[in-house]
Design a protein around this ligand. Structure first.
Ligand code: AMP
Length: 184
């Protein structure tokens, strides 16, 4: 049973690593960003509500993502574990998740923080060229990361759930370090 939360700044390689590891462990990779992008593409009510925030690089309101995570973690495929990628993004969301996991009798989750220096993050984001990766949006997303999401590192460190991984190495090396860290 593996339950993992992936933290790390945008461009740290979270998505790629989370996806690879989830496939390897045969557990669902739950990316709130992917779910929101899909909802936007399909213009569902959720997608329409999220669009303006996402286009600017801002966080969508907690309630929207909390509802979607709550629903997702109650689906049958999560019984064997999961990897959450991009959630929680704020301390409020982390508190919500604690309560949710308690209610669902799911626990023992570890938190992976992929550490990558700022200049590497910016270079990678510019290279990626996603629709929400223009320079101005990137600046906003990094700012939001620093003020809203980075405090989660201390939050989970205090609770002794944190695994620190060097994200500034090849994908394969990151993957190896990750697999070792979660096995120990
Ligand atoms: P990501 O693919 O994780 O970089 O997420 C892309 C965008 O989706 C973010 O810039 C936010 O606008 C939105 N988003 C994803 N996850 C969350 C979350 N947990 N809380 C608020 N907004 C989120």
């Amino acid at each position: 049973m593996t339950r993992l939360i992936f933290l790390g700044p945008p461009g740290a390689g979270k998505g790629t690593q989370a996806k690879t590891l989830a496939q390897h462990l045969n557990i669902p990779h739950i990316s709130t960003g992917d779910i929101l992008r899909q909802a936007m593409k399909e213009q569902t009510p959720l997608g329409i509500k999220a669009q303006g925030y996402m286009d600017k690089g801002e966080l969508v309101p907690d309630k929207l993502v909390e509802d979607l995570v709550s629903e997702r973690l109650q689906q049958a495929d999560t019984h064997s574990g999961w990897i959450l990628d991009g959630f929680p993004r704020t301390v409020n969301q982390a508190v919500f998740l604690d309560k949710l996991l308690h209610t669902l009798a799911q626990g023992g989750e570890k938190v992976v923080n992929l550490e990558v220096p700022d200049d590497v993050v910016v270079a990678r984001l510019l290279e990626r060229g996603r629709k929400d990766d223009t320079e101005e949006v990137i600046r906003t997303r990094l700012q939001v990361y620093r003020t809203e999401t980075a405090p989660l590192i201390d939050y989970y460190r205090d609770r002794q759930q944190l695994l620190l991984i060097n994200g500034n190495q090849s994908q394969e090396e990151v993957n190896n370090e990750l697999e070792k860290a979660i096995a120990s």
